[in-house]
Design a binder for this molecule. Structure first.
Ligand SMILES: [Zn+2]
Ligand SMILES: [Zn+2]
Length: 143
């Protein structure tokens, strides 16, 4: 049974062939600046965590997971949208924040993997910054 609260969100790909329903574990959006997210998305990837066991994907043949190293990325075969990410062994799945139908109530609270950020853009102050993941303590925005 799903709890019907503010953290149940729906979303989908650009063309609409893939739809999902997810229960978020947080209201915090993360911006990941790592090389994988950069090459995958074109810049940093903004994502939010949801429970992997409650994720419902409706897309039939249009939806596909693709493996890379110890991770998988979920795509729409028809339009190419990159909407989901998960790491082997994690109970959570990361959802592309931009694929949510309604992102109200959510806030970008951290920039992660800034050690891999390219130099062509700056991070504005006001959001916590981390060299890698959030386990290591924050750093100054342009450190
Ligand atoms: Zn699509
Ligand atoms: Zn990343």
């Amino acid at each position: 049974m799903h709890r019907e609260n503010g953290l149940v969100k729906t979303g989908g790909c650009m063309c609409g062939a893939v739809r999902y329903r997810a229960e978020l574990t947080t209201r915090e959006v993360l911006a990941c600046h790592c090389e994988q997210c950069r090459r995958q998305s074109g810049n940093f990837w903004a994502a939010i965590h949801a429970r992997g066991d409650l994720l419902e994907i409706d897309g039939g043949d249009a939806f596909v997971w693709r493996r890379f190293k110890q991770t998988e990325r979920g795509f729409c075969r028809k339009c190419g949208s990159f909407i989901l990410w998960r790491a082997d062994g994690s109970p959570d799945v990361s959802i592309a924040a931009g694929s949510l139908d309604d992102a109200s109530g959510l806030t970008l609270t951290a920039h992660i993997f800034l050690s891999e950020k390219p130099s062509y853009y700056k991070i504005e102050p006001g959001v916590e910054c981390f060299s890698r993941d959030r386990g290591e303590g924050p750093i100054a925005p342009e450190a």
